[in-house]
Design a protein around this ligand. Structure first.
Ligand SMILES: Cc1cc2nc3c(=O)[nH]c(=O)nc-3n(C[C@H](O)[C@H](O)[C@H](O)COP(=O)(O)OP(=O)(O)OC[C@H]3O[C@@H](n4cnc5c(N)ncnc54)[C@H](O)[C@@H]3O)c2cc1C
Length: 402
């Protein structure tokens, strides 16, 4: 691809989306560029732990950080707004709110959106599992359901990471009293597809005492206010249907001409440069890499850093560098019943691993928002005391009972 040198003293870089990929990109850049981060949300959200909102071991405030504080501290401008279209040829983008921004390079880090695969009634009658607000709302519905006489069936659609972590948290809070009848429905042959098969067996074994039903090889064909219809013809009673696991590309990619043949994600070169427009870099879940990667937060952060470096290089007329992913082991939390560390084909299970998962969360949040002022220090203290109260002490107590 041809290189370009910006004529401006401070070339303009606009970053669309300020979560894992976008915020990391912003933090990688310094004041030699005029950087603007645009996000429709006022908060950075730690999505890998949103399942904990179902049991109440985390509160929304524990999982959110104020984006304006994080972006301005990095020396950049934050704009709250929803980007409606990116015109790469003109080097301009427009927000739904009617504002326009020019750029010399743009980093697109918009993640994905919930996908109900066109299943009839699913958008209307199931609750999505994609943001802090979604999971806080599910937590409230679960609590209300558990208090209600009769009508307490919960169906989790999707037996992947999100669905299984959701189940673990529901069992943590509601499992012991048998307050809810739980069913997990999965279209594929087993739970946690892609992970070693023994994880499927381990999840079923840990759930056995709670009467959880698992329906694998069971695609959902329709959802109503009271039922989940399976392709087999069976109709499951459901007072609350939780839709997990379905993710598709943001319509912004298609509307800005960034998608490829699949019409979904944005194809990029090995250096994360859009295959359609050389002044656009795509990072995180939105990017379709030449060799596909799992859509994970740590890859999104690595891509954010690489996209920022390459945007800077490209603007300076220097050669861009290929993205080199550094895979990490996966930690699957199953409420307070167990935590699994998955590395390739090997699995280690121990409730004590919950402490490791929590440490990753606490350390990364503190790195993103170091306690440099009183409000950041107050937030950090609140996060740590919640962890001690809701996770560390109960985990310690259960390990000592063992
Ligand atoms: C329930 C759940 C559990 C997960 N568990 C794990 C885990 O254990 N480990 C792990 O590594 N990963 C996990 N992930 C995956 C991880 O969260 C994603 O890979 C990661 O969030 C991708 O980062 P991103 O920056 O690309 O996108 P996102 O984090 O989705 O951020 C996209 C940002 O763009 C903004 N945005 C979108 N469209 C627009 C627009 N048009 N205008 C302005 N702003 C816009 C959004 O508001 C958001 O802030 C989990 C995800 C979920 C949902």
């Amino acid at each position: 691809m041809p290189q370009r040198t910006s004529m401006r003293a401070r070339p303009r870089i606009v970053i669309v989306g300020g979560n894992f990929a976008g915020l990391t990109a912003a933090r990688q850049l310094d004041r030699r560029h005029a950087v603007t981060v645009i996000d429709r949300s006022p908060s950075f959200e730690w999505l890998p732990n949103i399942h904990e909102l179902l049991s109440g071991v985390k509160r929304p405030v524990d999982l959110r950080l104020p984006l304006r504080r994080l972006v301005t501290r990095a020396g950049h401008r934050f704009v709250r707004g929803e980007v409606a279209e990116i015109d790469a040829r003109a080097g301009r983008l427009a927000t739904v709110e009617g504002r326009e921004f020019g750029f010399d390079a743009c980093i697109v880090a918009v993640g994905g959106v919930n996908d109900t695969f066109g299943v009839k009634g699913a958008d209307r009658h199931s609750m999505p599992f994609k943001s802090v607000a979604d999971c806080a709302a599910i937590g409230r519905r679960l609590a209300a359901l558990a208090r209600r006489p009769g009508g307490r069936s919960v169906v989790i659609v999707g037996g992947g990471l999100e669905g299984i972590e959701a189940l673990g948290e529901i069992l943590r809070r509601f499992g012991r009293g048998g307050l809810l009848q739980l069913c997990v429905v999965e279209a594929g042959a087993r739970l946690l597809a892609g992970a070693p098969a023994e994880l499927d067996a381990a999840v079923r074994a840990r759930s056995a005492a709670y009467g959880v039903r698992f329906c694998t090889r069971s695609p959902v064909t329709a959802v109503t206010g009271k039922h989940v219809q399976l392709r087999s013809g069976e109709r499951l009673r459901s007072d609350l249907t939780i839709w997990t696991g379905g993710v598709t590309a943001s319509p912004l990619l298609r509307e800005s001409g960034l998608t490829g043949k699949s019409g979904r994600w944005a194809p990029v070169t090995p250096a994360l440069q859009s295959k359609r427009f050389e002044n656009l870099f795509v990072a995180g879940d939105a990017a379709e890499l030449p060799s596909p990667l799992p859509k994970q937060a740590y890859f999104a952060m690595q891509m954010g850093a690489c996209a920022a470096d390459n945007a800077r290089r490209w603007l300076g007329g220097r050669a861009v560098r290929a993205f080199k992913p550094a895979p990490k082991p996966m930690l699957v939390a199953f409420g307070d019943l167990d935590t699994f560390l998955v590395r390739g084909a090997s699995v280690i299970a121990s409730p004590a691993l919950a402490v490791v998962k929590e440490a990753v969360f606490q350390v990364t949040m503190a790195d993103i928002d170091p306690p440099l002022d009183s409000s950041a220090l107050r937030d950090l203290t609140a996060r740590l005391s919640g962890t001690v109260r809701n996770l560390a002490l109960p985990t310690l107590a259960s390990l000592l009972r063992w």
